[in-house]
Design a protein around this ligand. Structure first.
Ligand SMILES: [Zn+2]
Ligand SMILES: [Zn+2]
Length: 208
């Protein structure tokens, strides 16, 4: 199951992907409020196995250090976004937001990789455009989209490494081809609802 948590700054959503059979979980994009996120994991009696970043922007990785310090979770990000995790600007931004420099990932992800969380198989879908190493995560009718696809919007492409053409290609070829009932879980709460479906975005998203 997917647990969505809206963080206290910048309308960010972090996610827990929970395998109820083994009480294990993965945490996606811990930017802030890391104590609340760890409390949530503890209160549910879960073991945190992985921390996965959908991309390297500070508002998605600023909490990596504090989570990794307090758990044995393995940090993962797409290979194309490793170099930008700790650029001067990203570290500065993370500090301004109350976070810290990220530790280095222990696993570099590629398109089509599988991340095992207990009995759950999470599929990595490489969706470059917002950043060169942006990924979406798919499991069993659920799609976590980071800053690639929002409810009624798409990620900005005017930052370093961004490409609007690539972003639209990624969305059309790799996301809109998923089953229409797939639930879309975005990286920010920018829409009229906190989640959506592939069908709804395909039919109504004005930016795609
Ligand atoms: Zn971003
Ligand atoms: Zn973001």
């Amino acid at each position: 199951m997917i647990f969505q948590k809206k963080l206290s700054k910048m309308a960010i959503f972090s996610y827990l992907i929970i395998d109820q059979q083994t009480n294990t979980c993965a945490l996606v994009d811990p930017a802030f409020d890391t104590k609340e996120l760890l409390d949530e994991i503890r209160n549910r009696g879960l073991h945190l196995k992985s921390v996965i970043n959908t991309h390297s922007h500070a508002d998605h990785i600023a909490g990596n250090a504090s989570i990794i310090d307090k758990s044995r979770a393995k940090l993962m990000i797409h290979r194309n976004d490793v170099r930008t995790m700790n650029t001067f600007m990203n570290k500065l931004f993370a500090r301004i937001l109350g976070g810290r420099k990220s530790p280095m990932p222990r696993r570099l992800l590629l398109d089509n990789d599988t991340i095992q969380i207990g009995t759950i198989k999470l599929k990595v879908i490489h969706t470059p455009g917002h950043t060169p190493g942006s990924i979406c995560l798919y499991t069993d009718g659920n799609l976590i989209t980071g800053d690639t696809l929002f409810v009624g919007a798409v990620g900005r492409t005017d930052l370093r490494g961004g490409s609007h053409q690539q972003l639209i290609n990624s969305i059309h070829k790799k996301l809109y081809t998923l089953p229409p009932e797939t639930i879309v879980w975005p990286g920010h709460d920018y829409g009229t609802m906190p989640s959506s479906t592939i069908q709804q975005e395909r039919e109504t998203n004005p930016m795609t």
